[in-house]
Design a protein around this ligand. Sequence first.
Ligand SMILES: Cc1ncc(COP(=O)(O)O)c(C=O)c1O
Length: 411
Amino acid sequence: MENYIKKNIASLKPSSTLAINEKVKKLLNTGKKVFNFGFGQSPFPIPEKIVSVLKDNAHKKDYLPMQGLPQLREAISKYLLKRTGITYEKENIIITPGSKEAMLLMHIAFDGDIILPAPSWVSYQPQAQIALNKVHWIETSIDNNWFPTSKQLEEKIKKINKKNIILIINSPNNPSGSICNNFGQIAEIAKKNNINILSDEIYADINFKKNYESISKFYPEGTFISGGLSKWCGAGGWRLGFFAVPKNQSNFLKALKTLASESYSTVNTPLQFAAVEAYRGDYSDYLNKSKNILKSVGNYVYNNLKSNKVLINPPQGAFYLMPEFLNSKFKTSNDMCEDILYKTGVALLPGSDFGFKPNKMLARLSYTDFNGEIFLKNISTTKSLDDEVIKKYAPNVVEGTNKLVEWSKTL
Ligand SMILES: Cc1ncc(COP(=O)(O)O)c(C=O)c1O
């Protein structure tokens, strides 16, 4: 058999995160110290109560309904109402093995084009490609906090000139760590042009502002929401996500349900019971402490790294920063990140992996290279942590930042 792989699949590149992890492994094997600022995983343990509910339900072996455990969908519906002010009925929520799978199903079901802001999470574009949905990029700038302006969005919609469009918005954002300030304006254009929005809210509970704002508040009838346990409760490997659609689009959910039933059937049973606890329980103490640690560590990196050679926004959520290195002599951000890795041991992901042109010297920096369990145990405050505490509990982040600062002085 020749050429038996579909063209759109054969042309997918291996994920950049995997590529950097390979390089990191090789360096570690040579005995070099590596500062893993390339990794996008929560450093904190899953709250014990949630783990114990998982254990208590480990014997449950029957398949659950394909759409997910009704109590879990009910709990997520309430959680969304509390967080966004909008009702997504439990009938319009589906439980998925991670929100990534939910998004893939969305792309497969959707017949239309996708608008992605650059920067965007690494998987949106490949997922669209798998489903043969055309992607249109909007390159954002630091001036608008790395989100599209309404003018950019309107121009793009006009240019695409198609009926069916989904815009994907992710705030707090991976990779920029920024929060969108112009939801209202974006929603207005989306509504006027009758396009859909997917609000990827996987980092919603790790935002450093007092109140989380969801774009669904401004455009409830056109906003899908995806989310899950991976980031806020440190359960990435558990693979529990959800996808919620507005009431008036329940036909879209029907299509997702069919795809779910023909692929993964349903998410594993014990996990769904544990997730009920995660969404019903009060984990505000755990979350406030986790956010305080992340915000303080992020601010430490921001304050030390920013200079006339490094342009960077303060951290606002998730666990990322996106520095731009000025006067760089490199052709591509990938070349730059390789140089940084080999000279300093600091692993970063290049901006080109997030939709930027390769000659933009941006990189994603994840400031999670510390033991979150020990850090959490040793702080009892939600007041900003001083440098001494950060040096004690996040020494790799401190040392890696110093190395990066030294490297940036050579620019
Ligand atoms: C922006 C963004 N969306 C979605 C996901 C997927 O999360 P999960 O499939 O674990 O729910 C990630 C994980 O890295 C992410 O960074």
